[in-house]
Design a protein around this ligand. Structure first.
Ligand SMILES: Cc1ncc(COP(=O)(O)O)c(C=O)c1O
Length: 481
């Protein structure tokens, strides 16, 4: 047995509340014509239910490209405009009520209009919201992030994009190298260095072992793709080969410890440990993009869950209790580069008092150890409900989840990396499930890439509603013609 296999075999399973995956035992082929017919019916229903959203969309189209503030909010035939949210619920502008499993792309683990967050923000509002001078709140939040992640130094940002951008700067500064390695199929925000091979089309991807670097959209310098190299997820051997081939050129590797933008793809046992070893052996900076997992899958995110500590952690979304902000954590050595200004980590709104007040309340008062226990139990119950439906109706699907996040993957085989996602997932079935949910009061992320996120304010009844709607979908889709 080679050294690598030994190392891998010696690894322990991830710690804490481990990623769970359950594959449906038996499978019923789904009739494509039936899926298409049901999809047409449900699409028409959605249009009928959301007429006012359609009007808003027509108005928005005159002043915003594509009628939306952010490309991610685009949807066919139009986005559902939300009027308000409270607890686990949201109401759209047509008056439809939904249980929210979208939760603002995983931001709202605290629940909507959580009174604890609201009180902290209101208090801060009355005492002034912005000085561009530090306030105590930033110290309290940084101290809590040190406690949760074990990295000694933190700076604040305004989004996940800024956090991963700062991480890339740190890696290049620390090594003097340019090349960033990333995982094929991962999204890390929309700055140049990481907008490569996010969702590469099959015909452009190239060889699996040495994938092409495919720009995601227009507007980047032509040199960008040459400085960012994709590697497949869950394959330490391919990573090692790439590091050997690019010896002396690589600054760092950025990865989501569990991929969360192609449904959820957990790391295989031992993968992150081996990645950690390889990064250290090759002297590159290991960056965990925990924008989605941070504070959502465990108090200390995937770093805690899988027991592997990187050199840099990128956070945003759930850590700020619903206000826009992010943070980047780093080792002593990297912190020294920031402290004396060799790496220019800065921004007018970094550590904004209002955002810090919300983050402090979220991390110290709402997302407590007991809250994580409840979130994990609720997620397990929701996955178990979906597993029962999948088994009962023989749906070609399985569930994957960790912490407050989970999803039904419309595939019988597990998804290990982006190329599995392209070939194994039944995309029309995924779209139809989304329509069923939206038309029956379950607010879910549009498209095929996302997962649900639970909040501390979700109730057993809310979970039941999800499973009931999923069962209606399963029954209709598998019913004999
Ligand atoms: C893993 C990951 N990293 C980074 C980002 C970018 O974060 P933001 O949208 O706050 O810029 C996202 C956004 O969804 C993400 O999913």
């Amino acid at each position: 047995m080679g050294r690598r296999e030994q190392t891998r075999d010696n690894r322990t399973a991830p710690r804490g509340s481990v990623a769970r995956m359950s594959i449906a035992p038996d499978e019923t082929a789904v009739d494509a014509a039936r899926v298409a017919a049901l999809t047409a019916v449900e699409k028409a229903k959605l249009v009928e239910r959301t007429r006012r959203s359609g009007e808003y969309f027509a108005r928005a189209g005159a002043v915003m490209p594509g009628g939306v503030p952010s490309q991610f909010q685009k949807n066919d035939p139009w986005p559902v405009y939300v009027e308000r949210g409270e607890g686990s619920r949201v109401w759209d502008v047509d008056g439809n009520e939904y249980v929210d499993f979208h939760n603002g792309f995983g931001v709202m683990c605290v629940g909507h209009a959580n009174p604890v967050i609201a009180a902290a923000v209101k208090e801060r509002m009355d005492a002034g919201t912005h000085f561009a001078a530090p306030t105590e709140g930033s110290i309290a939040v940084a101290e809590e992030l040190v406690r949760r992640w074990g990295l000694p130094h933190w700076r604040f940002t305004n989004s996940g994009t800024e956090s991963t951008m700062d991480a890339v700067h740190l890696a290049r500064a620390a090594t003097g190298n340019d090349v960033i390695l990333k995982i094929e199929g991962s999204y890390h925000g929309h700055h140049d260095a990481v907008m490569v091979s996010v969702k590469p089309p099959a015909e452009l991807m190239g060889d699996r072992e040495r994938p092409n670097a495919v720009p995601y959209g227009l507007g980047y310098p032509s040199t960008t793709a040459a400085q960012t190299k994709p590697v497949p997820f869950n394959d330490p051997d391919a990573l090692e080969r790439t590091l050997v081939e690019l010896r002396g050129q690589v600054a760092g590797l950025i990865l989501e410890p569990a991929m969360m933008n192609i449904n959820i793809v957990p790391p295989l046992s031992g993968y992150l440990d081996r990645v950690r070893e390889l990064a250290s052996e090759h002297g590159i900076v290991l960056i965990f993009d925990e924008v989605k997992t941070g504070a959502a899958v465990a108090a200390g995110g995937a770093t805690e869950l899988f027991g592997v500590t990187p050199d840099v952690v990128c956070l945003a979304k759930a850590i700020c209790g619903g206000l826009p902000g992010g943070a980047v954590g780093m080792t002593e050595q990297l912190g020294a580069l920031v402290a004396d200004g060799r790496v220019r980590q800065q921004g007018t709104f970094n550590g904004n008092p209002l955002v810090m007040a919300a983050a402090q309340a979220a991390l110290l008062e709402v997302l407590t150890p007991a809250a994580y226990d409840r979130l994990h139990a609720a997620n397990a119950a929701l996955m178990a409900g979906c597993d029962r439906v999948i088994a009962q109706y023989g749906l070609p699907a399985h569930t994957v989840g960790m912490g407050s996040k989970g999803c039904v993957v419309m595939a019988t085989e597990p998804i290990r990396e982006y190329r599995d996602y392209l070939t194994r997932i039944h995309h029309p079935l995924t779209e139809l499930a989304w329509l069923y949910h939206m038309n029956r009061g379950v607010f879910m992320t549009p498209g095929i890439d996302e997962e649900w996120t639970l909040s501390v304010l979700h109730t057993r009844d809310d979970l039941r509603r999800y499973v009931e709607v999923f069962e209606a979908f399963a029954r209709d889709v598998t019913a004999a013609a």
